[in-house]
Design a protein around this ligand. Sequence first.
Ligand code: SAH
Length: 504
Amino acid sequence: MTEGKVFLVGSGPGDPGLITVRGRQLIESADAVVYDALANSTLLPPGARETGRPELYYVGKRGGAKDPVTQDEINQLLVRLAREGKRVVRLKGGDPFVFGRGSEEAQAMNDASVPFEVVPGVTAGIAAAAYAGIPVTHRGLSTSVTFVTGHEDPSKPHTQTNWSALAKAGGTIVLYMGVKTLASITDALMKGGMSPETPAAAIQWGTQPRQRTVVATLDTIAAKALEENISAPAIIVIGWSVVLRDELSWFEKRPLFGRRIVVTRSTQQAQALTEKLRDLGADVIEMPATQIARLDLAPLREAITELSRYQWLILTSQNAVSIFWEQLLGEGRDARALAGLKVAAVGPATAGTLLEHGVAVDVVPQRFVAEGLLEMMRERDDVASKRILYVTGEGSRDVLPQGLREIGAEVNVIAAYRSIADGQGAERLARAIEAGKLDLATFTSGSAVRGYVDAIGEDLAAQVPAASIGPQTSDALREAGIEVKAEAKESTLDGLVSAVVSAV
Ligand code: SAH
């Protein structure tokens, strides 16, 4: 009757790396994705929101939905989409069959004769514990583990859970959805004979940069979780293996854990820096302070058709390389057109991008600033009186072309792009600053600083200290009234990351 199909996919507990390979492949080939609050939104295909492919349906309760979607409505939506012939991914937090009502959705698909598959996921009860340094079993400490829902309040007359039997079982108890009922659950376990001294931990937002862990005993965990404002989503682990956390905690010990760091590089370049910071545990807020807009490229195309007139080509950024290359190919030419040219780049990233296009640069300065390149070019005997094509961004400093002209070179400066403020990114950034608790903002160029200040205003900008990639960027920051807390010793992304680590 239908060609469509529903895939009940576990997204894992929040760390986007914890989805299964099968789950990720299904998302990539889906016609529609129906997801809820606990499924990490970074797992959704990039661009889906803008393009509507795949179609996205948010059916979560958390996150500002005024009328939460009912389970019936979710079931109906899944059936309708499948009957339209679509491959539907139903993305659910953790594992779909562990307290996730995935089994009810599967029953509803059966009732409607819609075919389905189940893709298990890493469940929060195991993963949050592991990320807190707590194994749910351990030889000599715990030989069994029980997953139990806290929805069954023991103080109510009807409960399906036999709390006093659990109290006597002796293994680890992993409690889901148990924050609100924690006091009466711990009471029931103690009444059932479990020692009040049994170690217990509450882990909120497990596996995510905002993970928080509170450790106490069965007797005190409810009060302590309340005092520390632990709220859903949280996992409570009760049992002797909790003591191993002292030795085995790893996630919360990474150098940038718990730090909230703004990345302000332009959209196209932010990712590498973001990944490096996240690997060290940072909660990265990506704020594309700038985006790259191409300027009128007729002058660049003209220069490319006359490339043989030049002896040197200087490219000041990865953006300059990308745009130059795209225009070169657009003119029906390729790397061979650069055969007679010497090529210089201002920094290693730019040189690296050139190498990807098959061009090894002749000069990269030791100091990755215009002055560094100028120094090196001045020392050479093949620069004076030569023709130089210089491709850069609008508003870049004229130290280099000026200095080259002084030694007798003829420099054609072509501004190929402009950095422009990104409206949406700016708004998110402003809200995050107002909410407080941003530790640091990272900057990789003076134009990023200017874009940032233009976008959110001087007052907000001055509230967050900065880490800068080098002296010029630091100057731009100070000029803007922003405290420079750290400056990279080497002007590379890795240098910037080291500066961030030493600053926090
Ligand atoms: N199917 C999910 C559980 C859904 S029930 C799974 O297998 O993990 C929702 C409960 O899961 C929350 O109330 C909380 O107890 C737990 N939970 C889900 N994600 C969590 C996370 N990242 N950290 C801590 N608890 C989480």
